[in-house]
Design a protein around this ligand. Sequence first.
Ligand code: F3S
Length: 406
Amino acid sequence: MILSDDEKRMLDGSCGPGVQKAMELQVALGKAFDAERMIDVSRAHVALSGQEGDTYWCELLVNGGAVCRVTPTTNPCWDVRNLTNHYGVSQAELDLALRTIDVYRRIGARLTFCCTPELAGNVPSFGEHVAFSESSATPYVNSVLGARSSRESSVSALAAAVTGKTPLYGLHFEENRRGTLLVDVDFWPEEPYDWGLLGWCIGEFAGSAVPVLRFRHMPRRPSPEALLYLGAELNTSGAVAMYHIVGVTPEAPTLEAAFGGNPVPASSRPIVMADLKAKEEELSEEGGPINLVMLGCPHYSHDQIRELEVLMRGRKVRDGVAFWVLTSFDALELAERSGERRRLEEAGVRLVPDTCIDEPCWKSFEGGLGVTDSPKCMYYRERRGQPFVVRRLAECVEAAVKGEVQ
Ligand code: F3S
């Protein structure tokens, strides 16, 4: 790779061993992807997981003197102030969470602990080169905002925050952002939930392609939450870091523009509403009594909290069922100020910031059946030993009130 003098100094250790480690990783990544050089990034988001590998990497850099050049926002870990009061975790698990929070503070990250930075807190503009990890955030910044990010890992995104650079490859190039696969959608997905299932269906066959979604009819523009759910699932069942929706996303004003001048494929992959219902059944466990309703993967917005509050009016969560909504610090603050938090808590629904579904703080529910509106939540929780049924929001509320799901 051709490196600038600044980049060479980082690589030869002149800026300290922590910065050197970060640059070594980026050069190795650049060589793996045949990048000729580095480019500057103006923003970063680090999908820290609160797990040993990510925390070790950050400690390695910070103990070597590294401080972020570009202040990154951070993904959730878990809310140690709140959740240790509810659920038992081991001392080792608590210590790891505290180490994680401490080391990301020391390296100069902005501790947002939120997985939807692209909605508030870290919003790139069109054409901006950034380094965003987090499977729901990367497709959103590329596809919806028109910013340019590789499909970064937590490790490479933190390296980018430290050096202020990223290898020039992949979606940083115009030609790699063009559509490579046409998907015809025969129906209009009404709720973010439907967009999530649609994303899961497409991700399964798209792999790392750039799908172009063409809707037969489009009664209105999709909401930010709908697009967030679409990208989150495209990038969980598949590895889709960029998609286009004809007439919606900024690089696809027309079908021809979505393919960037390349020939529009003669055939497409069709998706019909029945595919979503079939996928819901395939992803879900058998129904039965539940011990948990878990929403907010990705983190619920204030609009979603408001919608839930309306659905819960006059109703109560059944004894023996925990109902948690994971949300961002700003949505939580709005819910506090606007009164939804108090009303939801009176109904038995609790909101928590800073927290991911894939953390040890939820382990006391493992073995029981959960309900969620997020296939991504189902996917990660099942790996930790809790089966889930995937249902739309109104059905999650019904399940919470009855204590069981059909
Ligand atoms: Fe967010 Fe964790 Fe889900 S980072 S998208 S709550 S897996």
